[in-house]
Design a protein. Structure first.
Length: 157
């Protein structure tokens, strides 16, 4: 199975890159993993709604072009899932022949409506707000945990 993370922006802090790399290494036992980092649209310091909408539309087109297979969009409108429920989503994707799953994390302004409409699942990690860079690491840990659950591993308690 191919697991792809499509994310707007780059991980800037070394400790975040190191944490991400650790989960990327762990995932290599269970799937092929790819990261697609897309550039964040340049906006003025205090953008208006029209500028934000235009930036999201531009980012959304790039996101949809990059995605393969089932699309899982992380967004505030999404439904939260437990670790076991996420494991079931990934397991079901494999059973139904979806050999690729793309998780999508947008910019600090979110995702375009086009991406949300195309998504097979809208996922909320938490009602709390996290920095997008930290959300990447949290998502990687949950994907790894899902594969551990599905394989009967001891990581998940």
């Amino acid at each position: 199975m191919l697991i792809q993370l499509v994310a707007v922006g780059k991980l800037k802090e070394r400790w975040m890159r190191d944490g991400f790399a650790e989960y990327e290494k762990r995932l290599s036992r269970y799937c092929k993993f790819t990261l697609t980092e897309l550039p964040e649209s340049r906006l003025p310091e205090d953008p208006n709604d029209a500028e934000i909408a235009q930036a999201l539309e531009h980012e959304g087109k790039a996101i949809l072009q990059a995605c393969r297979g089932k699309i899982i969009a992380l967004c505030i409108e999404g439904n939260p899932r437990s670790s076991e429920q996420l494991a079931a989503v990934l397991s079901q994707a494999g059973v139904t022949g979806d050999s690729a799953v793309s998780f999508v994390i947008g910019s600090s302004f979110g995702l375009s409506d086009a991406v949300k409409r195309q998504a097979d699942l809208k996922l909320s990690m938490s009602p709390m707000t996290f920095p997008h860079q930290l959300a990447r690491i949290l998502l990687m840990e949950q994907i790894y945990r899902a594969f551990q659950i599905n394989s009967g591993g001891k990581y998940h308690k």
